[in-house]
Design a protein around this ligand. Structure first.
Ligand code: ZN
Length: 231
């Protein structure tokens, strides 16, 4: 489909710039749209990259009306973005992406982890970074086996519920899924948090060979994507 009205929402979503209503609308769409899901997972590292960008560059990406104050934190930038109308949000998201690309040229090696699969050697660990402001992270180790891939991980949750992320107590069921190179998504595990900050000792197995895993997704049971690792 070429007339997907959500194709440009990905960056704003990842940057936490959508309103709660828009976020919900987009997440509903993403749960059924592979191309948007892929865009979101490709852009997932963006907030972390932005946070690591040098302050003057971030300030330059902020709207002209930004007081020349000490605002370069990503949270402040996101608030400012959120205040704007959607169009300026999109422009700013585009500027942020441009900033990252420039940053990459200047030596922030990560860059187009956005568009090219990262390479993870067998048995190496993989970090799942939060999507939007979910605050959920996971550290996985993947081990190639003759029968497929073994996964071991721990998962940490934000202290309390992230203020602008609409998943709640009813969503404290989580699932881990692997997506193979052809886009087939397989849920390999489900678990519950006990309300504590961290769950450890989780493990699962999948018949998908290690070198065919292109993405790993951690979602709430309701389908909301919380953390992702592009590979
Ligand atoms: Zn879509």
């Amino acid at each position: 489909m070429t007339d997907d009205e959500y194709t440009e929402w990905d960056a704003a979503y990842v940057l936490g710039a959508l309103s709660v209503t828009e976020r919900r609308q987009f997440e509903r769409h993403v749960s059924g749209c592979r191309s948007c899901r892929q865009s979101v997972s490709e852009l997932a590292p963006l907030p972390a990259l932005l946070a690591a960008a040098p302050a003057p560059a971030v300030r330059a990406a902020a709207p002209a009306d930004a007081a020349a104050s000490d605002l370069p934190s990503f949270a402040a930038l996101a608030d400012r973005v959120r205040d704007g109308r959607r169009k300026s949000r999109m422009l700013l998201a585009a500027a942020a992406v441009g900033l990252i690309l420039l940053g990459g040229a200047a030596g922030y090696g990560v860059t187009l982890g956005l568009r090219t699969p990262a390479v993870v050697a067998a048995g190496e660990s993989v970090r799942l970074d939060p999507v939007g402001n979910s605050g959920v992270r996971a550290d996985l180790s993947l081990t190639g086996e003759p029968w497929g891939t073994r996964l071991d991980w721990s998962c940490s949750y934000p202290p309390g519920i992230a203020p602008d992320h609409d998943y709640d107590d009813a969503d404290r069921d989580y699932e881990l899924a692997v997506v193979d190179a052809t886009g087939i998504r397989t849920v390999v595990a489900t678990w519950k948090s006990d309300g504590g900050p961290r769950t450890t000792g989780l493990s699962a197995a999948t018949s998908t060979p290690l070198d065919e895993i292109s993405r790993i997704e951690l979602s709430a049971a309701s389908g909301i994507l919380l953390a992702v690792a592009p590979r």
